[in-house]
Design a protein around this ligand. Structure first.
Ligand SMILES: Cc1ncc(COP(=O)(O)O)c(C=O)c1O
Length: 402
């Protein structure tokens, strides 16, 4: 008997599948400007020297590779907690090491489902995996417009109106900074307004924090999370260290549940541990120990902060170049692209249509994600020029006919 005959072929992952298609493309001048990893100017994968050094220190000191506790490496969690929450009173926050940001979101979905929540509101557009993670656990997904494709910005008034109509007792996922894919973040005043609304309408915010340090700075990028904690609000914070430390493959992340009281934090943690124990038993140690070593060693931490600043600067210079190239080749006033300079983090969201994305790939060997986001951390000056010149050759059929 063929027990597996009813398994249906799954499509390739819309984001990671691009890497496979790119690798299979034999054109020598092909360009991958899609998947969200940071590259140096030579477009080769980048390991932060501070991370490499922390790994070397760890190598000489590590005494065992025995199982970690279910919640993970305690010192790693402590250091990560400080990075995210600063000096806040942490007694009502429980922390759990997670298998990357994705694992943290999955744990979030499971614990919220256990708590009785069953509806999640997601901004449109958002990172493609959000919906999958939460529907797998049984959540109903409702979407709300996040990005206005005409103004290339968040339509904040409309967004607030939508939040006001959300069903009390639901969860709302918000990216803390460097929004993927649009790069559009809320201002401080807007975050304060959102805080007021979620309190009034009794919503539970899930913060997705995947790009700390890639926007304005390590402290600035977690400002909304600290605001919520300071105001006594309960929320979840799903942390990914994949980009922040460039440790994508090590799968380092954490989930922090900001609870109503220290007692509740203990109870919630005990339940998340059960969830983890049944899924993967306990987390991997290597990446977490590397990050712990880095954050606990003053010189390495300072070095990493400097390297992160250089990463930010390189991305900002690519953003500037993109704007000037678009203005030049699309023969438009530079001010028409000012919205791109307001966007934060790795991604630039120009509003490239799916027709253009497809043509860029077929005709020019240039790969973008389906939604047309450009990863400014994965290109250099030559790549930006190549991309914009190709784009200028493709009339935006979708937009011009709609
Ligand atoms: C917004 C967002 N959240 C979460 C993740 C998942 O992070 P990780 O790769 O650590 O699982 C990503 C990864 O690209 C992301 O962009």
């Amino acid at each position: 008997m063929d027990f597996l005959k009813n398994v249906v072929q799954a499509p390739p992952d819309p984001i990671l599948g691009i890497n496979l298609a790119f690798a299979a493309d034999s054109r020598s001048d092909k360009l991958n400007a899609s998947v969200g990893t940071y590259r140096q100017n030579d477009l080769q994968p980048y390991i932060f020297p501070s991370v490499k050094e922390a790994e070397r220190v760890l190598f000489s000191q590590e005494k065992n590779k025995e199982y970690l506790p279910i919640a993970g490496e305690a010192d790693y969690l402590k250091a990560t907690q400080q990075l995210v929450f600063g000096q806040a009173d942490l007694s009502r926050i429980c922390g759990m090491q997670a298998v990357g940001g994705t694992g943290a979101l999955r744990l979030t979905a499971e614990i919220l489902s256990h708590a009785g929540l069953n509806t999640l509101y997601l901004g449109e557009p958002t990172w493609g995996n959000h919906q999958n993670i939460f529907t797998t656990v049984g959540f109903q997904i409702r979407s709300f417009p996040y990005f206005d494709f005409h103004t290339h910005r968040i339509n904040f008034a409309q967004l607030c109106e939508q939040i006001s109509k959300m069903q009390a007792g639901s969860a709302l996922l918000l990216q803390a900074s460097c929004h993927n894919p649009t790069g559009c973040d809320f201002s401080k005043d807007e975050w304060k307004e959102i805080l007021r609304l979620i309190q009034r309408h009794q919503l539970f915010v899930v913060f997705d924090l995947a790009y700390q340090g890639f926007g304005e700075g390590l402290e600035e990028d977690v400002w909304p999370i600290r605001l919520f904690v300071q105001e006594g609000v309960s929320c979840a914070v799903a942390v990914s260290h994949s980009k922040t430390f460039g440790v994508y493959a090590e799968r380092v992340g954490a989930l922090f549940m900001v609870c109503a009281s220290p007692t509740q934090a203990e109870i919630v943690l005990s339940r998340i541990k059960v969830i983890a124990r049944r899924a993967y038993s306990n987390p991997p140690c290597h990446g977490a120990r590397v990050i712990k070593t880095l954050l606990q060693t003053k010189e390495l931490k300072a070095l990493w902060e400097k390297e992160l600043q250089e990463v930010r600067q390189r991305i900002a210079s690519m953003r500037q170049l993109l704007v000037s190239e678009l203005s030049l080749h699309l023969k438009q006033d530079i001010s028409n692209f000012s919205y791109l300079l307001e966007q934060k983090g790795m991604f630039a969201f120009v509003g490239i249509s799916s027709y253009q994305v497809e043509t860029l790939k077929k005709k020019y060997g240039i790969y973008l994600t389906e939604d047309g986001r450009i990863n400014l951390g994965g290109v250099n000056a030559q790549a930006v020029q190549t991309l914009v010149r190709a784009l200028a050759q493709i009339p935006d059929i979708q937009h011009s006919t709609s």
